[in-house]
Design a protein around this ligand. Structure first.
Ligand code: PRP
Ligand code: HPA
Length: 183
């Protein structure tokens, strides 16, 4: 299956699962070397990270812990831009944190996640993202250490990434293409 259509948008195969697995294997080696004896905590940002986290953790061969969080706007205030981190569920003070994201696009989510984790007195924060769109970034970060693939501005789905809630289950990653390209 090379082309798919979701809600009248066309997508074509972009990064297949074999490529994804190869890249993740290398990222896992890098992380394992750097974090040997540091017992890091991998903090996955739901929902999009679930597939990446599962595959990444199988390639990390040092002692570590895993947690998942979700970003949510505060309810009932006018400060809708302020985000709260839900679900940490463990004491992160003094811990070496690796945030796991499926994609960094504008960087807004990441900025909120980092700000929330910094309040928990963690020892360090590094970021591991499968995809990043450098041309779309609206913030500066100095801790995006592990990136699987840098991509252009195209909207992508599959491997945890959704469009209108669809396609998270696809093992490959697809990119949006103009209608005429798929005709
Ligand atoms: O860099 P940004 O522009 O903030 O975009 C990246 C974020 O957007 C998506 O999450 P979303 O909030 O759509 O939730 P989801 O993971 O449940 O799809 C994705 O999983 C990243 O967390
Ligand atoms: O390209 C994307 N695809 C799916 N979800 C996203 N969230 C930010 N960018 C994207």
């Amino acid at each position: 299956m090379k082309h798919i259509q979701i809600d009248n948008l066309d997508f074509e195969l972009f990064i297949d699962y074999e490529q994804i697995k190869k890249r993740i294997r290398l990222m896992g080696i890098d992380i394992s070397v750097k974090y040997a004896d540091k017992n890091p905590v991998f903090v996955g940002v739901l929902n999009g990270c679930f597939m990446f986290m599962a595959d990444l953790m199988k390639q990390v061969h040092v002692p570590c812990e895993v947690s998942f969080v979700k970003l949510s706007s505060y309810q009932g205030t006018q400060q809708d831009h302020i985000k709260e981190l839900l679900g940490v569920g463990m004491d992160l003070s003094g811990r070496e944190i690796i945030i796991v994201e499926d994609i960094i696009d504008s960087g807004n989510s990441l900025q909120h996640t980092i700000a929330a984790l910094e309040k928990l007195n963690v020892a360090s924060i590094a970021v591991c993202a499968l995809l990043m769109k450098p041309d779309c970034l609206q913030h500066e970060f100095d801790n995006i250490t592990y990136v699987g693939f840098e991509i252009d501005r195209e909207f992508v789905v599959g491997y945890g990434l959704d469009y209108n809630g669809q396609c998270r289950n696809l093992p490959d990653i697809y990119k949006n293409v103009a209608h005429s390209e798929t005709a």
